[in-house]
Design a protein around this ligand. Structure first.
Ligand code: ZN
Length: 68
Protein backbone atom coordinates (compact mmCIF):
# COMPACT_ATOMS: atom_id res chain seq x y z
CA UNK A 1 0.00 0.00 0.00
CA UNK A 2 2.82 2.35 0.79
CA UNK A 3 4.88 1.23 -2.16
CA UNK A 4 3.70 3.97 -4.45
CA UNK A 5 4.28 6.64 -1.87
CA UNK A 6 7.74 5.35 -1.12
CA UNK A 7 8.70 5.08 -4.75
CA UNK A 8 9.15 8.80 -5.11
CA UNK A 9 10.45 10.95 -2.33
CA UNK A 10 11.94 14.35 -2.18
CA UNK A 11 15.52 13.90 -3.25
CA UNK A 12 18.21 16.21 -2.02
CA UNK A 13 21.01 16.55 -4.54
CA UNK A 14 24.20 18.51 -4.27
CA UNK A 15 24.93 20.67 -7.27
CA UNK A 16 28.15 19.76 -9.01
CA UNK A 17 28.82 23.32 -10.02
CA UNK A 18 28.12 25.46 -6.98
CA UNK A 19 27.80 22.78 -4.33
CA UNK A 20 24.43 23.93 -3.06
CA UNK A 21 21.71 21.45 -2.17
CA UNK A 22 18.61 21.42 -4.28
CA UNK A 23 15.50 19.31 -4.09
CA UNK A 24 13.90 17.16 -6.73
CA UNK A 25 10.25 16.69 -5.98
CA UNK A 26 8.52 13.34 -6.54
CA UNK A 27 6.60 14.94 -9.40
CA UNK A 28 9.84 15.96 -11.08
CA UNK A 29 11.33 12.51 -10.59
CA UNK A 30 8.33 10.99 -12.25
CA UNK A 31 8.67 13.46 -15.09
CA UNK A 32 12.35 12.63 -15.56
CA UNK A 33 11.49 8.96 -15.70
CA UNK A 34 8.74 9.58 -18.20
CA UNK A 35 10.93 11.65 -20.46
CA UNK A 36 13.81 9.21 -19.91
CA UNK A 37 16.07 12.00 -18.81
CA UNK A 38 18.48 11.40 -16.01
CA UNK A 39 18.10 13.26 -12.76
CA UNK A 40 20.11 16.46 -13.11
CA UNK A 41 23.27 16.89 -11.11
CA UNK A 42 23.17 20.67 -11.26
CA UNK A 43 20.82 22.98 -9.41
CA UNK A 44 18.17 24.88 -11.41
CA UNK A 45 20.19 28.08 -11.18
CA UNK A 46 23.32 26.49 -12.64
CA UNK A 47 21.29 24.63 -15.24
CA UNK A 48 19.78 27.91 -16.34
CA UNK A 49 23.21 29.51 -16.51
CA UNK A 50 24.62 26.62 -18.52
CA UNK A 51 21.67 26.84 -20.85
CA UNK A 52 22.23 30.54 -21.39
CA UNK A 53 25.95 30.01 -21.88
CA UNK A 54 25.21 27.37 -24.47
CA UNK A 55 22.80 29.65 -26.27
CA UNK A 56 25.33 32.44 -26.27
CA UNK A 57 28.01 30.11 -27.57
CA UNK A 58 25.72 29.01 -30.37
CA UNK A 59 24.83 32.58 -31.23
CA UNK A 60 28.49 33.57 -31.08
CA UNK A 61 29.37 31.17 -33.85
CA UNK A 62 27.73 33.37 -36.45
CA UNK A 63 29.91 36.34 -35.73
CA UNK A 64 31.52 38.03 -32.82
CA UNK A 65 30.05 40.94 -31.01
CA UNK A 66 32.04 43.93 -29.93
CA UNK A 67 29.96 44.42 -26.85
CA UNK A 68 29.36 48.11 -27.27
ZN1 ZN B 1 24.39 25.12 -8.65
Amino acid sequence: MEDKLLAFRFLTIQCRSCGCDFIISPTEQEWFLKTRLSIPSHCPVCRQERKLAKQQATQGQGGERDGS
